[in-house]
Design a protein around this ligand. Structure first.
Ligand code: CDP
Length: 233
């Protein structure tokens, strides 16, 4: 039994597994806050690139994570798909999705110091809101007592195809092979880091998103939510 009087639904999984699509729709249906924790790691990675901080230097990147002010705003019509993200007042919502950030974000996210700083901020939000929280370590580290834990899976070729189409639609000059390689590298770093690696929590429900439409996935998860968390909704 949780000591919180708010509900937390954790969604974890590899890159482009469908976490944000499902998370946003689920949060909208339940009237919960949608919180994509990946944007915080992306914001730190972006700031490091911007200021010329060596992404391999844990002490320097951790100080940076402590220093910068990361503000998140809920998705709105102007920002389109993603929630708006501000670093020291600058809107970086689009910049943090650039391939350059993809290249270094998992290096930044592997530093224990960085994870410590961001995890505390994430936990504050997780403990005080009805929230759908999306990331890599939500069910295992950030909110281990989440009311429901979902782990999304899909074959890497399918995930890379989705991300490739997203990037092309935004006008990025990138090939499918580049996206596939970058994603493979990121998955490797995320699953092999020493602290809070991506893994399936013991009590998570694993869903394969490869063969499911978004509507099917949402219907399936809503059913699970009502069964598992129904009494608390
Ligand atoms: O959207 P996509 O799944 O490609 O990535 P993301 O959720 O925006 O996360 C970007 C990166 O941040 C991941 O590859 C991880 O290295 C890191 N991350 C993490 O370590 N822990 C989290 N809870 C969320 C993201």
């Amino acid at each position: 039994m949780s000591v919180r009087n708010t509900v937390c639904i954790a969604i974890d999984g590899e890159a482009a597994a469908g976490k944000s699509t499902l998370g946003k729709m689920l949060a909208a249906r339940l009237g919960y806050l949608y919180f994509d924790t990946g944007v915080m790691y992306r914001a730190v990675a972006w700031a490091a690139l911007q200021r010329g901080v060596d992404v391999h230097d844990e002490a320097a990147v951790t100080s940076l994570a402590e220093e910068i002010d990361i503000q998140l705003a809920l998705p709105n019509r102007e920002s389109g798909q993603h929630s708006s993200v501000f670093v020291d007042g600058v809107d970086v919502s689009a910049a943090i999705r650039e391939p350059e950030v993809d290249q270094v974000v998992s290096i930044v996210a592997a530093h224990p110091g960085v994870r410590h700083v961001l995890r505390e901020r994430q936990r504050q939000i997780g403990l005080t809101h009805n929230v759908v929280m999306v990331g890599r370590d939500i069910g295992t580290e950030v909110m281990p007592d989440a009311d429901l834990k979902i782990y999304l899976r899909a074959p890497i070729e399918e995930r890379a195809r989705r991300r490739y189409l997203e990037l092309r639609a935004r006008g990025e000059e990138i090939s499918y092979e580049q996206v596939l390689n970058s994603m493979r590298q990121r998955d490797y770093l995320d699953t092999h880091r020493a602290v809070a690696p991506l893994r399936v929590a013991d009590d998570a429900i694993v869903i394969d998103t490869g063969d499911l439409s978004i509507e099917e996935m949402l219907a399936h998860v809503l059913e699970i939510v009502h069964l598992r968390v129904g009494a608390r909704l």
